[in-house]
Design a protein around this ligand. Structure first.
Ligand SMILES: Nc1ncnc2c1ncn2[C@@H]1O[C@H](COP(=O)(O)OP(=O)(O)OP(=O)(O)O)[C@@H](O)[C@H]1O
Length: 236
C-alpha cells in the first residue's frame, strides 16, 4: 500500500506539489496522469526517497522509503534518467544491484528472460536501443520480486510488442494482489491498463477514482483529462 498524505514540495515560491493526498491500493493498476510540470515526478521522487518533502508524508507499507531495510524487495521502480553506466554489460548491471540488495543471482537471469533480454544480456548497455534500455530498467525494477511497482513512463521507447508485454505484465502483477502505480502520457495506453486513475494538475489532485468514473460523460480518457486539467494540449 502506498499512502501519500498532505504532501507539499516547494521550489522557491512555487509549490510543485501542494498538499496532495491519495492512497494506492493493492490488487489494482493505478494510473498517475497530469500535464507537463503537474508534479508527477516530484511526487514519485519523494515517494522513492530521492527528494524530501517540505510537509506531509509519502509512505510505503507505513514507512518512508529510506527506512525500508531492503527497498528493492518491497518496491520496484523505474524513473526517468536513472539508467545504468553505459560501459557496463546488462547482466553485470543487474548482478551488482542484486548483490547490494541480497537478491539471489538466479533472479538476474529470470528477469532478463522475463523482459526478453536473455539473448543480449552480455552486451554493453551503450549498444542498447531505447526500447532495450527501457526493458533493462524494468528488469531492474523486477529483480527483488517486489509487491509494489512504481513506474514513470514505462512504455517510453517500446515497440507495440513491448507495450503489450508491459500492459499484460502490470495487469498480471495487480491481479496477483500486488500494487502498481504507473505514470504515463499515453492516454489510450493508460485507458487499456489502469483500473484507477489519479489526475494531478498544477500540484493538486484534480480527480481520483475508478477509470470508468473518471471517464463517465466523456468519449475517452483523453477528453476527460483535458476537461479535468483545463489543459488544451499545447506542449503536452
Ligand atoms: N529541481 C527543481 N528545481 C526547481 N523547480 C523544479 C524542480 N523540479 C521540479 N520543478 C518544478 O516543479 C513543477 C513540477 O515538476 P514535475 O517534474 O514534478 O512535473 P511532472 O508532472 O513530472 O512533469 P513532466 O510530465 O513534464 O515530467 C514544475 O513546475 C517544475 O518546473
Amino acid at each position: 500500500m502506498i499512502e501519500v498524505a498532505h504532501l507539499t514540495k516547494r521550489y522557491g515560491a512555487k509549490a510543485a506539489v501542494d498538499d496532495i493526498s491519495f492512497t494506492v491500493p493493492p490488487g489494482r493498476v493505478t494510473g498517475f496522469l497530469g500535464p507537463n510540470g503537474a508534479g508527477k515526478s516530484t511526487t514519485l521522487r519523494i515517494l522513492l526517497g530521492l527528494d524530501r518533502p517540505d510537509a506531509g508524508t509519502a509512505l510505503i507499507d507505513g514507512r518512508p522509503y529510506r527506512e525500508l531495510r531492503f527497498p528493492l524487495r518491497r518496491v520496484g521502480a523505474l524513473l526517468d534518467g536513472a539508467g545504468p553506466v553505459p560501459e557496463r554489460r546488462a547482466i553485470d548491471h543487474l548482478t551488482w544491484i542484486a548483490q547490494s540488495n541480497r537478491i539471489p543471482r538466479r533472479r538476474v537471469h529470470e528477469v532478463l528472460d522475463a523482459v526478453g533480454l536473455g539473448a543480449v544480456a552480455r552486451q554493453r548497455v551503450k549498444k542498447y536501443s531505447l526500447g532495450m534500455g527501457q526493458r533493462l530498467g524494468l528488469a531492474a525494477a523486477l529483480l527483488g520480486d517486489p509487491e509494489i511497482l512504481v513506474l514513470d513512463e514505462p512504455v517510453n521507447g517500446l515497440d507495440p510488442d513491448g507495450i503489450r508485454w508491459v500492459r499484460t505484465f502490470l495487469r498480471d502483477h495487480a491481479a496477483r494482489g500486488r500494487t502498481v502505480l504507473l505514470s504515463s502520457h499515453l492516454m489510450t495506453e493508460m485507458a487499456d491498463t489502469a483500473d484507477e486513475v489519479i489526475v494531478i494538475a498544477r500540484g493538486r489532485i484534480a480527480a481520483h477514482g475508478p477509470l470508468d468514473e473518471i471517464t463517465a460523460g466523456h468519449p475517452s480518457l483523453e477528453s476527460a483529462f483535458f476537461a479535468l486539467t483545463g489543459d488544451q494540449g499545447p506542449g503536452w
